[in-house]
Write a protein that binds this ligand. Structure first.
Ligand code: DGL
Length: 268
C-alpha cells in the first residue's frame, strides 16, 4: 500500500514533490484525473462526484488519500467524511493545513477562534473554490477579525497545464490588479490552488515584497509528516504508481516539464 495523492491534473505534483522530499521513505502514488481537468470551472456537484469516484478507485492501493487539489477539497472533502469512509481508510485535504499555518495553530488544535497576526488576506483560487466559500468557513472556525478578499483566477490553471508561461504571467498580473481594487493592501496572500506554486514568483512580483505569499506544498508536507508520526500504520509499505485518466504519453511529458525531472504515468 502507498499513500495516495490526488489532483484533477498536474497541479498536485507540487504537493507530491514536497511530500516525496520531506518523507523520502514513504511511497507516494499520484492520480491525475486529466480526462476531466480542469475541475475549477465545474459545478460543486460534478467535482464531488468525480473526486469521490477517483478516491474510491485509489483506496484499492492506498489506505490514506490526500486531496492535493483545493477545488476537490472544497467540494468533496467534508461531504465524503460526513458520508463515512470505509474501515481503515482516510481522506485528507489541503485546506486545513494551510489555514492552520495562517492562523499559527498546531495540527488538530480545536480551541475557539482567536485573533491572529494577519488582518487582510487575499485568496487566489479557482472559480469553483472561490464560489464554495470553504476557505472563509474553515478560517472562521479558527480566527476572528480577518478580512478575506477572494479572487477567482479564471484561465490560470489552463495556461499552467499548457505550459504557456507568458500567458500565465499576464493572468497573474491581471488577477492581482483586480484583487487590489477590492483590497489595496493585503498582509498575506494565499495561493489556494495547487497549480499556483509554479507561478509563485509571478505572484510575489505582482504583489510586491511586503506581502507574505503562502503556498501550500511545504505546509502540507509538514502537516502530513506530523500526521504520519501519530499514525505510523498509515505510512504504507510501497508500490507507488503514477496514474492518469488521460493519455499517459502526453501527461508524462507535461509532468516531466512541470517538475523538471523524469516522471512516467500509466493509464488508470
Ligand atoms: N489544482 C486544483 C486546485 O488546487 C485545481 C485545478 C483545476 O481547476 O482542475 O484547486
Amino acid at each position: 500500500m502507498s499513500v495516495g495523492v490526488f489532483d484533477s491534473g498536474l497541479g498536485g505534483l507540487t504537493v507530491w514533490d514536497a511530500l516525496t522530499r520531506r518523507l523520502p521513505d514513504v511511497a507516494f502514488s499520484y492520480y491525475a484525473d486529466s480526462a476531466h481537468a480542469p475541475y475549477g470551472t465545474r459545478t460543486m456537484e460534478d467535482v464531488h462526484g468525480l473526486t469521490r469516484d477517483a478516491v474510491h478507485a485509489m483506496w484499492e492501493t492506498s489506505d490514506l488519500v490526500v486531496l492535493a487539489c483545493n477545488t476537490a477539497s472544497a467540494a468533496a472533502l467534508r461531504r465524503m467524511q460526513e458520508a463515512g469512509v470505509p474501515e481503515g481508510k482516510r481522506v485528507l485535504g489541503v485546506f486545513v493545513p494551510m489555514i492552520e499555518a495562517l492562523t499559527e495553530r498546531g495540527w488538530g488544535d480545536n480551541t475557539p477562534p482567536r485573533e491572529v497576526g494577519v488582518r487582510q488576506v487575499a485568496l487566489f483560487a479557482t472559480p469553483a473554490t472561490v464560489a464554495s466559500r470553504a476557505f472563509q468557513r474553515e478560517l472562521a472556525f479558527r480566527a476572528i477579525g480577518v478580512d478575506v478578499e477572494a479572487q477567482a483566477c479564471g484561465g490560470l490553471v489552463d495556461a499552467i497545464e499548457d505550459g504557456d508561461e507568458a500567458l500565465a504571467e499576464a493572468l497573474v498580473q491581471a488577477h492581482v490588479a483586480a484583487l487590489r481594487r477590492k483590497m489595496p493592501a493585503p498582509d498575506a496572500a494565499v495561493l489556494g490552488c495547487t497549480h499556483y506554486p509554479l507561478v509563485a514568483e509571478a505572484f510575489q512580483r505582482a504583489l510586491g515584497p511586503e506581502v507574505r505569499v503562502l503556498s501550500q506544498a511545504d505546509i502540507v508536507a509538514e502537516s502530513l509528516a506530523d500526521y504520519l508520526e501519530r499514525r505510523p500504520g498509515m505510512r504504507g509499505d510501497g508500490g507507488a504508481r503514477m496514474v492518469t485518466t488521460g493519455d499517459p504519453e502526453t501527461v508524462s511529458q507535461r509532468a516531466t516539464q512541470f517538475l523538471k525531472r523524469p516522471l512516467r504515468f500509466e493509464g488508470a
